[in-house]
Structure formats: structure tokens, C-alpha cells
Design a protein around this ligand. Structure first.
Ligand code: SF4
Length: 331
């Protein structure tokens, strides 16, 4: 039996008052509550047909605690039935930092919510303002601390490559997310979707979209911080989808996570090689990480050959912990 999975339930924003420049969610109105609950139950029942050791219901789609209160409570009540029956182990929600307070957290606690993911995105005020986020870094800090005080597991989501964001801003954001007590994180390099303000900004030269190389480097810089601070990285990059594939600019690659992890292995292996030289390089990593260490289309192994002059590079699976490596160099 497989171990852990989220049962994702997408909750569209009903009249979201914000205007994030990157947002591609359609602003909908007049949600049919009964139909939404029926769809929710059907989604969960279908997911529960396949057996996993542990399942969590995950309300994704933006700002769960900012939707109409009665709608939020109806969805949580429906989800809590599955927690109480033991069919799922908990409920995960994602929301904005400025829609967290004592009253909201008390409601979430009483309805079986276990994990709160916060869209922090950046701790730079200039980046938050130019991205139209409508909240400050202080909102994020206060929300994180309150969530931890109430005993929830905390996820801190961040973005890379937002307008005016520098690599230093992103490193500072990753560090703040760790400092504020996050247990887990997601890193999203910015994607420019059509029909967004960011698309218009990119077209008129006000915004320079991330190149793939930049996105990987900057995501890896942040991921290294999370790994060193023991914060679990749940995801890097958006899920592969039709809209991602058709997005005109930015980090549209469907395997950003794999590319970022490969970059991290490349950095680790380069550090181990240091000044050593020889003909044959053997690399040892966790068995699940051989393809990441070798890189997509063996990009890393080619890099080691070109940079250090190895004639052969082999990667072997072992029981070493993830994100660690050992090497052996022979003449
Ligand atoms: S908070 Fe921002 S990203 Fe979320 S739905 Fe509203 S405008 Fe879109």
C-alpha cells in the first residue's frame, strides 16, 4: 500500500478582492453551494477507492479563509466527517497571510484542519507591492507565528522571479520562512500567463520573465536553505498542465522540481571534487536520486566531463541519505 497522499480539492475564489499581477484564476461569482458540496464528496469518495496508508483532504486554489464564511464552514464540515470516520488523517488548506487571525484559527482548529499553507511569496515590501499582493511581510510574520501558536503544521509558500525581486530577496524570504517556524514549503518560480497584468508588463518591458536557467539557479538557492534548516520541500514549480504548457513566458518547464534537485546534486558533487582530478569519476547517491545526480539527458555528467576533464562519469545508487553524495576518482 502506498504511504501518503493529498486528495486535492480546488476551491475557486469567489470575488477575490485582490489583484496579484501573476494571478490567472478566473474571478467567479455565484458559486452553487449544494453542487460544490456534491462535487467535493464525489471527489473524496472517488479518491478513497484507492487505498493509501494515510490521506489528507487538501483545499487548494488560493485563499480558503477569504471565501464566504458559510461556504468555508460547509466545506470544512463535510471534510471533517471523513476525519472523524478515520477515512482521512487531516485537512490541509492554503490561504493568504492577511486572512489569518485568532477567530479564523479557532474555527479551523474546531473543524479538524491540521496543516495551513500560507502564500507568503516574498518578504520584500517592494516585491509585494509591485506584485499587487495587498499584504505586507509583517502580515506574513504575524500569521506564521499565530498558526504555530495554535499548534497547526505550517507551510510557507514562496515565489521566485516576481517583479523587482532579486536573488537576495528570495534568499531572505526562504530564511524568514524558516525563522517563522515553517515545517514545509513550496517554491514557485513565476510563470507569466496570458490575460494577466504580468503578461502586459512583460510585453511592454516593465517585467523581465525568468529564463529557465535563472529559475533553476534561484530555486536551488532557496531549496538549499530549506534543506539546511530541515524544512521539507513539498514541491518546486507548478504542476504540469495545459495552461502551464501554453504560458508564453517564465518558468514553464513541467519538471522544475527535478531540474532544481539536479542542480543541487551538481553543486554538491562539484564541492566534493574540489581540486581533485583524474580520468574516472564515480558518484554515489541515494538509489532514488541517480537520475537527478546524472541530470536530465545526463546534463550533469556531461558538465563534470567538460569542466574537470573526466573521460567517464558513473552514478551509483546506495543507501546514502537524500541530497548527500560521495565520490571516488581514479586515474
Ligand atoms: S489572492 Fe491573488 S493569487 Fe489568490 S486568487 Fe486573489 S488575486 Fe489570485
Amino acid at each position: 500500500m502506498k504511504t501518503h497522499r493529498n486528495i486535492p480539492v480546488f476551491i475557486p475564489q469567489e470575488g477575490c478582492p485582490n489583484a496579484c499581477v501573476f494571478c490567472s484564476q478566473k474571478k467567479i461569482t455565484g458559486v452553487d453551494r449544494r453542487a460544490e458540496l456534491d462535487t467535493f464528496r464525489a471527489t473524496v469518495e472517488k479518491a478513497l477507492e484507492s487505498r493509501w496508508q494515510e490521506s489528507e483532504i487538501a483545499f487548494f486554489g488560493g485563499s480558503f479563509t477569504a471565501i464566504d464564511r458559510q461556504r468555508m464552514i460547509s466545506l470544512l464540515d463535510a471534510a471533517y466527517q471523513y476525519v472523524k470516520s478515520g477515512a482521512v488523517s487531516g485537512i490541509r488548506i492554503s490561504t493568504r497571510p492577511d486572512f489569518i487571525d485568532d477567530e479564523i484559527l479557532s474555527v479551523l482548529k474546531s473543524k479538524g484542519v491540521t496543516v495551513i499553507e500560507l502564500g507568503i511569496q516574498s518578504v520584500s515590501e517592494k516585491v509585494l507591492a509591485s506584485s499587487g499582493r495587498g499584504h505586507t511581510a509583517l502580515h506574513s510574520e504575524n500569521a506564521c507565528k499565530l498558526i504555530k501558536k495554535y499548534g497547526f503544521r505550517l507551510g510557507g509558500q514562496m515565489m521566485v522571479g516576481l517583479p523587482l525581486s532579486t536573488p537576495a530577496d528570495e534568499v531572505a524570504t526562504a530564511q524568514a520562512i524558516c525563522d517563522w517556524g515553517a515545517d514545509e514549503t513550496r517554491i514557485y518560480p513565476t510563470v507569466v500567463f496570458e490575460d494577466t497584468p504580468l503578461y502586459r508588463m512583460a510585453l511592454n518591458g516593465e517585467y523581465s520573465p525568468l529564463t529557465l536557467e535563472d529559475a533553476v539557479t534561484r530555486c536551488a538557492d532557496c531549496m538549499e536553505i530549506f534543506l539546511s534548516r530541515g524544512v521539507k520541500v513539498l514541491r518546486v514549480g507548478l504542476h504540469a498542465s495545459e495552461s502551464l504548457a501554453s504560458a508564453p513566458f517564465g518558468a514553464t518547464h513541467p519538471a522544475m522540481g527535478e531540474l532544481t534537485e539536479s542542480e543541487i546534486y551538481r553543486r554538491k558533487i562539484c564541492a566534493l571534487i574540489g581540486e581533485a582530478r583524474g580520468k574516472k569519476l564515480s558518484v554515489y547517491v541515494n538509489s532514488s536520486a541517480c537520475s537527478k545526480a546524472a541530470g536530465q539527458h545526463r546534463r550533469n555528467t556531461e558538465f563534470f566531463k567538460n569542466k574537470y576533464g573526466f573521460s567517464s562519469v558513473s552514478v551509483y545508487g546506495t543507501d546514502l541519505p537524500e541530497y548527500t553524495a560521495k565520490i571516488h576518482i581514479e586515474d
